[in-house]
Design a protein around this ligand. Structure first.
Ligand code: 13P
Ligand code: SF4
Length: 303
């Protein structure tokens, strides 16, 4: 039986031998982050996917992230670390519903949060991530914006770009949706010296009561720059653990214990081991139409 360190050493040896680049979303567990070539938020992962020189890319995260890698590097072999790791929010809207919405608002620019299926991206003008949404939407020439699928991130962008008119759908992240206003009020009274940092996928109510909202990487960057010593974190709870490793002298508390993404938790270090030795994961295959049309929206984001 291998222990964690032996397994990590084997993974590092095998990824070099088999020319595999390991990309890990920041919500993955710490043992996986330690063997990754790059760790980051969705925006950073998309940029890195384009640059990585290896012939195989293993995406430790959820399906839309692996699809984004494939769209950006169609010539590469792209593996999703666990075939059942999806993002419930990415699948909330059908192509038909989006087409209906576009018909209703013909002058609007269709902006897709990157947490969407490749199929939906084909119908959109530009993708955004939580780290890039405000800047991209602000710079669009259109006055009207159809923002799919997350109305919470949409409301966050709308507050920063009030001059535009937005159309949303019902939905959102079921995990960040578990964070409530009461959690924030409780955290304020229990941790009086702490700053409260949340992901903009939390509801408008929650975001408005907190000290900072940003992508997973932005939250980590905020802590690095801050001279405060205590923080309450309102995003997937893996970030609480990663921050504690990076800043052992500071204190971190989850805003709620409920904020756990089951899909992000599916991948284990053994899955990573199996993927780099060629017996695990799911190879992402997309047809020519999807590769070409979804790429336009992602390229527009990276531009
Ligand atoms: P980031 O944009 O911060 O990577 O978030 C992605 C995500 O799935 C958040 O739930
Ligand atoms: Fe999707 Fe929410 Fe999980 Fe992020 S945390 S992958 S948005 S379900």
């Amino acid at each position: 039986m291998l222990n964690t360190q032996d397994l990590q050493k084997e993974i590092i040896k095998l990824k070099k031998k088999n020319d595999v680049c390991i990309l890990a979303h920041a919500y993955q567990t710490h043992d996986i982050l330690e063997v990754a070539d790059y760790v980051g938020d969705s925006f950073g992962l998309a940029k890195e996917a384009k640059e990585a020189p290896q012939s195989t890319i293993l995406m430790c995260g959820v399906r839309f992230m692996a699809e984004t890698v494939k769209i950006l590097s169609p010539e590469k072999r792209v593996l999703l670390s666990h075939s059942e790791a999806g993002c419930p929010m990415a699948e909330q809207l059908s192509v038909e519903e989006l087409k209906r919405l576009k018909k209703k608002h013909p002058n609007a620019c269709t902006v897709a949060y990157i947490n969407t299926t490749a199929e939906l991206k084909c119908e959109c003008d530009v993708c955004v991530t939580s780290a890039s949404a405000v800047e991209i939407v602000r710079n669009l020439p259109n006055e009207e914006i159809i923002f799919i699928p997350d109305p919470n991130l949409g409301a966050y962008v709308k507050a920063k770009v009030p001059e535009k008119k937005f159309y949303f759908i019902d939905g959102g992240c079921p995990v960040h949706g578990l964070v409530t206003k009461d959690d924030v009020l409780r955290a304020r009274s229990e941790h009086k010296n702490a700053e409260i940092l949340v992901h903009p996928e939390c509801s408008e109510d929650v975001v408005s009561l907190c000290d900072f909202a940003g992508s997973t990487t932005a939250i980590m960057g905020y802590v690095k720059k801050s001279d405060k010593n205590e923080f309450v974190i309102g995003t997937e709870n893996s970030i609480v653990q990663h921050l504690q490793f990076e800043f052992p002298d500071k204190k971190f508390y989850p805003l709620t214990k409920e904020c756990v993404c089951k899909d992000m938790r599916l991948t284990t270090l053994v899955d990573v081991y199996n993927c780099v030795r060629g017996v695990g994961g799911e190879e992402i295959v997309l047809d020519e139409y999807t590769l070409k049309n979804a790429r336009r929206a992602i390229d527009n984001m990276l531009k």
